[in-house]
Design a protein around this ligand. Structure first.
Ligand SMILES: C[S@@+](CC[C@H](N)C(=O)[O-])C[C@H]1O[C@@H](n2cnc3c(N)ncnc32)[C@H](O)[C@@H]1O
Length: 257
């Protein structure tokens, strides 16, 4: 474990981007814009996670993953589509003496990469709008969340852009860099659609919050997996989504209407 002086030097001299704001050591805070403490409060993450396993997808600097470890989770796995050096996860893990594991993987391949392992506490913060296939990602998020566990999904929403449609099931598609001048952004649903997407993927909504209150640009949903198959698998015959379901679990063969 590094000293406070070493932690300050790490913050000041890092060659990677600080995306997240979190306390490395008491009194030493990173300068990123994504405030991990604030997000954890809104996610209602328990202070005591002993006996739980935790998964942080899109970990970036690892701020949420290190906090999950601090709160006592039995096992914490941090996942990102980039390697651990990109946002300094490896440097921070060594500096903190952390045992958080890291897996380089996309949400698109995560159920296979985890070989069916599921987690009690799953964070999927700030990733959904970066994806061209958001519903596939939510389906996979459901697959890696243990029954009885909880996932929190935090994302950009478009309510503030289309206030007259904010209560409806709409999404905005952003071609090229139309959202925040960032070409890695693709979709922002309304808060209402975020809830429908998550429920279609097999989550029961525990709470959904959005902000700023008057014209939401971000939202967070806490969801628990429903018992049995997710809704979309009960009713869809789309292949390959159904490919891994056992024949005994399959819905009746669809009519051709
Ligand atoms: C805006 S940052 C969010 C960071 C963090 N979760 C937070 O809320 O502070 C998005 C992160 O998601 C990662 N990411 C993007 N696409 C991904 C994918 N398909 N699977 C997993 N991670 C992805 C990016 O590399 C980046 O680290």
């Amino acid at each position: 474990m590094i000293s406070p002086e070493q932690a300050r030097s790490l913050v000041d001299e890092a060659e990677f981007v600080w995306h997240q704001r979190f306390e490395i050591l008491p009194g030493v805070t990173t300068p990123g814009s994504s405030d991990i403490g604030w997000l954890m409060t809104h996610a209602r993450t328990p202070q005591d996670l002993r006996g739980k396993t935790a998964l942080d997808i899109g970990t970036t600097n690892g701020g949420a993953a290190f906090e999950l470890e601090r709160r006592g989770a039995d096992r914490v796995l941090a996942v990102d589509v980039y390697g651990p050096e990109r946002f300094g996860f490896d440097v921070l893990r060594d500096a903190l003496g952390s045992t958080v594991e890291f897996r380089q993987a996309s949400i698109y391949e995560l159920p296979q990469a985890l070989a069916g392992e599921q987690f009690d506490v799953v964070f999927f913060w700030g990733v959904l709008y970066h994806l061209r296939h958001p519903m596939l990602a939510l389906d996979n998020l459901h697959a890696v969340t243990r029954p009885g566990g909880e996932a929190t999904i935090e994302t950009a929403v478009c309510d503030h852009e289309i206030p007259e449609l904010a209560g409806e099931q709409y999404t905005r598609f952003y071609r090229a860099d139309e959202l925040a001048s960032d070409p890695s952004n693709w979709f922002a649903p309304t808060t209402r659609l975020l809830q429908d997407w998550c429920e279609s993927s097999g989550f029961e909504t525990q709470e959904i919050v959005s902000w700023p209150t008057e014209a939401p640009a971000r939202a967070m949903l806490r969801g628990t997996p429903v018992d049995g198959l997710p809704e979309y698998l009960e009713i869809s015959y789309e292949y390959p989504l159904r490919a891994e379901i056992q024949p005994s679990q399959s819905a009746a063969a669809p009519s051709r209407d």
